[in-house]
Design a protein around this ligand. Structure first.
Ligand SMILES: [Zn+2]
Length: 256
């Protein structure tokens, strides 16, 4: 089923309407750009699924491997891509975000590389969306950032560094992985509290309890998947903690 067509917000996009959208809710601005991988066997199946009224999912844009882009929902509409999620106190991420699905099989299909043409298209689209909606770069997020434990996409192979070099997203070079002190599941006390406070300050949905529990480990893994992808193990080693420090220090003043 196809609804009424619309003029694409991004001039280089083709349009295929998804029926799975609604009105945005609340008063907050659209100020998050959420990146996903499709996690299906190929692009056409993913595109069909996102337009299938049975699926109850959609996004604003899908970026195929060859860099071609299809817009499925006007940016003014609320697309259904984030699900149960949290970032910096906000729980209705769908109402506050633009969603981009990037065609990639992901963890279930062998973690293929993202082709260069596709990443170039994502960068150009992300710049355009950010400019049009006043999205600050520290609010260009992974689905796994806002739904840790539940979602892994766009995954640790997604080239956030390449995006950052093109001005998209917030990034500092990760501190090198080395031996040394670390915090892990079962640890307790002030250092764990400090870690949880830093994760929460950056935006992750974390309770500051001083207990390094499963929930904390999934937040640490989500952080690593985005910002220190060479090792994603949920252990807060010194590289992880230093990288988190570096990101917080690099935040613009208004964002702290
Ligand atoms: Zn996703």
């Amino acid at each position: 089923m196809r609804g009424d067509s619309f003029v694409p917000d991004y001039p280089n996009a083709d349009v295929r309407v998804s029926p799975n959208t609604g009105e945005r809710r609340g008063k907050g601005p659209v100020d998050i750009l959420l990146l996903h991988y499709t996690g299906m066997k190929d692009g056409p199946s993913a595109e069909d699924w996102l337009c299938d009224p049975q699926s109850d999912v959609s996004c604003h844009y899908i970026v195929h491997e060859d860099g071609s882009i299809v817009q499925m929902a006007p940016e003014s509409r609320r697309a259904w891509h984030a699900g149960k999620s949290f970032w910096k106190g906000e729980t209705d991420i769908n109402s506050r975000s633009i969603g981009i699905e990037i065609v990639n099989g992901g963890h279930d299909f062998g973690m293929p590389d993202f082709p260069e043409a596709q990443i170039a298209a994502v960068i150009a689209l992300a710049r355009d969306v950010s400019r049009r909606n006043t999205i600050q770069q520290e609010r260009v997020l992974a689905h796994s950032d806002v739904a840790p434990g539940r979602k892994l996409d766009p995954g640790e192979k997604f080239p956030w560094k390449v995006l950052a070099e093109a001005g998209v997203g917030h990034w500092v070079p990760p501190s090198p992985v080395s031996r040394g002190r670390f915090l892990a599941l079962g640890d307790r006390g002030q250092p764990v509290e400090a870690l949880q406070s830093m994760l929460a300050l950056y935006g992750y949905g974390t309770d500051v309890t001083g207990d390094f529990d499963e929930k904390t480990a999934t937040r640490v893994a989500a952080f690593q998947r985005h910002f220190r992808p060479s090792r994603v193990d949920g252990v807060a080693d010194s590289s992880t903690i230093e990288t988190l420090h570096g990101l917080l220090a690099a935040l613009p003043r208004y964002a702290v």
